[in-house]
Ligand binder design. Structure first.
Ligand code: SAH
Length: 363
């Protein structure tokens, strides 16, 4: 049991079962005991590793994408370079290093981070001291922006619903008494079925009994607001995450601890909780805000289009044999279909009137 287990158990005893979204928000974001609030979760020592932590090539190529997109926007003299959930700040550090290749771009950018974790804010400040921090997207400047979100949307709370013969019921977290006293957390369906299913993706509504549907209201709200920001002030956004292109039924909530899968309902606050991003719903939300959404691509195809193979060759030319092996293995991890290459997707969003971004010129 963790300090957070007692707190969550108290809430459930007092007010009844919690939605999975409320449980996830507490497990990840509780100010003292939330998973992201108290530790640096990434890296070999941590619980999982993300693309920018695998190789500098990832951030550098995204930096070149930003510089190129800025040129396609007509090289505005002021632009907010925004990252949502920047983790250790590694990606932005690599982006900014690559951006020096285009000095006018490097001069125009002003870095903004949206981050809720004090521990990670400290890490980010060590790598990118001149950034401005925001607790939410609400305070982003009213300027054109280039926005990057890598493994951000998968960390936002989801709600789950299960189909029974009586309709769609919310899956809620409750207390299951143990035999010798004490309790475990477990799932229970809400007694009432949803009266209005309009919040569920249309394509899951005819799923068979027992099927689970997921929605991410927090992610959709952020996407809609950002879509509106892009439409009003201009700019482009890259959302990179693991997930699926079409809304489909399925329970994708997962916990990762020490580079291994764990039970999402054991030891809240001690494991990372994420869910697959439903890119169809996310794209719809960006479009609802007024932005233009480009066809979804895979991380492998996107990085290859940006020249990762050539970049790896160039880096290897000056590297020791051990470094060359690391570069080759990073390239494989980031792009191979059996690694992150196809599970991870890239959604590109722009202001509605903007020129096509790289990779979509002929679209
Ligand atoms: N982008 C980084 C980290 C991904 S982990 C990388 O690729 O390495 C998720 C990040 O999102 C963390 O920095 C976490 O603290 C942040 N985060 C999670 N929920 C958030 C929220 N609601 N608002 C802002 N940041 C959030």
């Amino acid at each position: 049991m963790t300090p957070l287990s007692d707190l969550i158990a108290g809430l459930i005893s007092g007010q009844g079962p919690l939605t999975i979204a409320d449980y996830m928000a507490l497990a990840l974001g509780h100010p003292q005991h939330g998973y992201y609030m108290k530790q640096v979760p990434f890296g070999e020592q941590g619980d999982f590793i993300t693309a920018p932590e695998i190789s500098q090539m990832f951030g550098e190529l995204i930096g070149l994408w930003c510089a190129d997109t800025w040129t396609r926007m007509g090289s505005p003299t002021e632009i907010a370079l925004v990252e949502l959930g920047p983790g250790r700040g590694t990606l932005m550090q690599d982006v900014l290093r690559a951006a020096t290749a285009l000095p006018a771009f490097a001069d125009a950018v002003e870095v903004h981070f949206v981050e809720t974790s004090p521990v990670l804010t400290g890490e980010q400040r060590a790598r990118v001291p001149n950034a401005t921090w925001h607790a939410s997207i609400a305070s982003l400047p009213e300027k054109p922006l280039l926005l990057i979100a890598n493994e951000f949307f998968d960390a936002l709370p989801i709600r789950q619903f299960q189909r029974t013969e009586r309709g769609w019921h919310e899956r809620c977290v409750t207390l299951i008494p143990q035999e010798g006293g004490g309790y475990d957390f477990g799932l229970q369906l809400s007694p009432e079925a949803l009266a209005n299913t309009s919040m569920l993706p249309l394509s899951v509504l005819d799923a068979p009994q027992g099927a689970v549907a997921e929605i991410c209201p927090a992610g959709e709200a952020i996407a809609e607001t950002l879509g509106n920001h892009l439409a009003r002030f201009g700019g482009a956004a890259l959302t990179i995450d693991y997930g699926h292109g079409q809304s489909a039924p399925g329970d994708t909530l997962q916990a990762v601890r020490g580079h291994d899968y764990a039970d999402p309902f054991a030891d809240p606050g001690e494991a990372d909780l994420t869910a697959h991003v439903d890119f169809a719903s996310l794209a719809q939300a960006f479009a609802k805000g007024g932005a233009k959404v480009w066809p979804l691509t895979t991380q492998g195809a996107f990085l290859t289009m940006l020249g990762i193979t050539e970049r790896a060759k160039r880096l290897s030319a000056k590297a020791t044999p051990a470094q060359t092996r690391d570069i080759k293995s990073a390239l494989e991890r980031l792009t191979a279909p059996k690694e992150m290459g196809t599970l991870f997707k890239v959604l590109t969003i722009t202001a509605p009137n903007m020129a096509a971004p790289a990779g979509f010129d002929a679209a």
